[in-house]
Design a protein around this ligand. Structure first.
Ligand code: AMP
Ligand code: MN
Ligand code: MN
Ligand code: MN
Length: 276
């Protein structure tokens, strides 16, 4: 079975509608699919309907922005009930802080000689409730300030770069509380991407486990084959279940398309064992 439990639509920083993501997943041979937009569940109803029309399995998801040891960590909530009031209120608060950050990033860009970046980024926003650094990156690229999205992050938007603004996302405890309230399973997204010291890295997994976190992504679009092995070992050591997801955002972007990753390494308990 081809199971892809991490993807984005234009309800957050992807470029396709939930229906178009569903159709692309299905065309790529995906049997079970999760939409997991950043801090947003507004695409899930359309996604569920599209998956049903295609006779493809669907798991409702969300990718929550969290601050741990002063850095951003992404926590997937899988098999959530998006109608849960605690989850909805928590995500709404994060989306509001995204707008505060966006105004401050635009001020920093103005200091770099790039005027009106907030209005510019807004032209790339499809969901009026959610603005992302990716919308700024698309604007900077289209205006010729940078050649690629990667360069926009490297020069201006990436952590510690000229226009970056640090904000406090949810705490790990809050995010896991909302996911639990919504009946979902918490999974650490792309664990190989966090630039922690070895001590902080261990603290993330131990704290997550102590708070009731259950899974980590082992096979994901941004992991190397060496990292599949590394995080398979880590999952076994901590007793975590393992997930698999492309982290698809846009056709042609990223290393893998929907459903295009290798299978989970042998010997792991998949996060989907209770659902599929
Ligand atoms: P935000 O959630 O608004 O802080 O934006 C983070 C998003 O930007 C991630 O989910 C990725 O989709 C994207 N992103 C982060 N770093 C990079 C990068 N170096 N190059 C391209 N996209 C990136
Ligand atoms: Mn993203
Ligand atoms: Mn992420
Ligand atoms: Mn993602």
């Amino acid at each position: 079975m081809n199971i892809d439990l991490h993807s984005h639509s234009m309800q957050s920083d992807g470029v396709l509608s939930p229906t178009d993501v569903a159709e692309r997943a299905h065309a790529n041979g995906v049997d079970w699919w999760a939409l997991s937009d950043h801090d947003e569940t507004s695409g899930l109803a359309e996604a569920a309907q599209a998956a049903a029309n295609l006779d493809m399995g669907f798991i409702p998801g969300v990718e929550i922005s969290v601050t741990f040891c002063d850095k951003t960590v992404h926590i997937l909530g899988l098999h959530i009930d998006p109608a849960n009031a605690d989850l909805a209120a928590g995500l709404a608060a994060i989306r509001r802080s995204r707008f505060d950050r966006a105004h401050r990033m635009a001020d920093r860009l103005a200091d770099c000689g790039i005027a009106d970046a907030f209005e510019g980024a807004l032209r790339y926003v499809d969901n009026p409730d959610l603005i992302s650094r990716v919308h700024f990156a698309r604007h900077l690229r289209e205006q010729g300030h940078v050649k690629s999205l990667q360069q926009a992050f490297d020069r201006y938007l990436g952590d510690g770069k000229r226009a970056s603004v640090v904000i406090q996302w949810a705490s790990l405890e809050q995010a896991l509380g909302w996911i639990r309230a919504a009946g979902g399973k918490a999974v650490i997204a792309h664990p190989g991407r966090y630039k922690y010291t070895p001590q902080q890295h261990d603290a993330l997994f131990q704290t997550f486990k102590d708070l009731g976190g259950q899974g980590i992504e082992v096979v994901t679009g941004s992991h190397t084959p060496a990292q599949y092995k590394q995080y398979a070992k880590l999952a076994a050591a901590y007793g975590f279940q393992a997930s698999r997801g492309s982290d698809f955002h846009a056709p042609g972007a990223g290393r893998v398309d929907l459903g295009g990753m290798p299978d989970l390494p042998d010997g792991l308990i998949p996060v989907w064992q209770d659902w599929i």
